[in-house]
Design a protein around this ligand. Structure first.
Ligand code: ADP
Ligand code: MG
Ligand code: MG
Length: 252
């Protein structure tokens, strides 16, 4: 589904990703762990098509298409969803209005009919039920004054509504207390399906107690330096990242 080959990315004149290779199949959950500054968020931003990231070598294909040739909106329409480490606040813009606009923009780009407000509300109710969520965040302004947990809960709801093929969650667990963490994880687990894949970026092992990944990667110094099963996350928790840093080629 997602195939990244020898990706090199430069940000603000600095090489950040230095030959990253990753292969994600439908139905899988991949966890990407790694020290601060390794390039984890850069990877997500490049996949989403954010400005300011210069691909100097390598390729990304998604369902066989050249993802890098697509505009960010086209990537979203193709089924790529990105939850950012720091979700933006949009004061004065009603969350329901925003979500409907996002969904309809995606549908339009796919050549599907837009949902009217009745159809949209029906969809909203279905998704709230799937995730066991209340509708308390929907009438507020987008992320304005949301707690960390509420922002993440809102993001998971957005994910449910947009039904992406590939969801990338960047440090969705940062700053969450244990209850919020669990509810985010339950949301992700409820949305797992054989034709949807998740790439979960996390600094800590804790989230992976609740979202059990199929594959765990360690990203360090712009490359995947280690890949394994869920046990790799436990090893990292026990030994820290110094243990992988030792494995990066001497002199690199
Ligand atoms: P991680 O998410 O693994 O902590 P990032 O991808 O955020 O790492 O950052 C990797 C490196 O790229 C860091 O050294 C960071 O300072 C740098 N970087 C990321 N984005 C920018 C930017 N917009 N301008 C300058 N440097 C950046
Ligand atoms: Mg970071
Ligand atoms: Mg980051």
């Amino acid at each position: 589904m997602l195939k990244i080959d020898n990706l090199h990315v430069r940000v603000a004149g600095k090489d950040i990703l230095k030959g990253l290779t990753l292969d994600v199949q439908p139905g899988q959950v991949h966890a990407i762990m790694g020290p601060n500054g390794a390039g984890k968020s850069t990877l997500g931003n490049v996949i989403a098509g954010r400005e300011g990231y210069e691909v100097t070598a390598g390729s990304i294909s998604f369902d066989g298409r050249d993802l890098l040739a697509l505009e960010p909106e086209e990537r979203a329409a193709a089924g790529v969803f990105m939850a950012f480490q720091y979700p933006v606040e949009i004061p004065g813009v009603n969350n329901t209005y925003f979500l409907r606009a996002a969904l309809n923009a995606q549908r339009k780009a796919r050549g599907e009919s837009e949902l009217d407000s009745m159809q949209f509300l029906k969809r909203v109710r279905e998704k709230l039920a799937v995730l066991h969520l209340k509708d308390d965040l929907l009438q507020r302004a987008v992320n304005e004054g949301f707690s960390g947990g509420e922002k993440k809960r809102n993001e998971i709801f957005q994910l449910a509504l947009l039904e992406p093929r590939l969801a990338i969650l960047d440090e969705t667990d940062s700053g969450l207390d244990i209850d919020a963490l669990r509810s985010v994880a339950e949301g992700v687990n409820a949305l797992r399906s054989p034709d949807r894949a998740f790439v979960v970026v996390t600094h800590y092992q804790r989230l992976l107690d609740y979202i059990r990944p199929d594959v765990v990667h360690v990203l360090a110094d712009g490359r995947i330096v280690e890949t394994g099963g869920p046990e790799l996350a436990l090893e990292l928790e026990a030994h820290g990242y110094a243990w992988v840093k030792d494995r990066i080629a001497p002199g690199a």
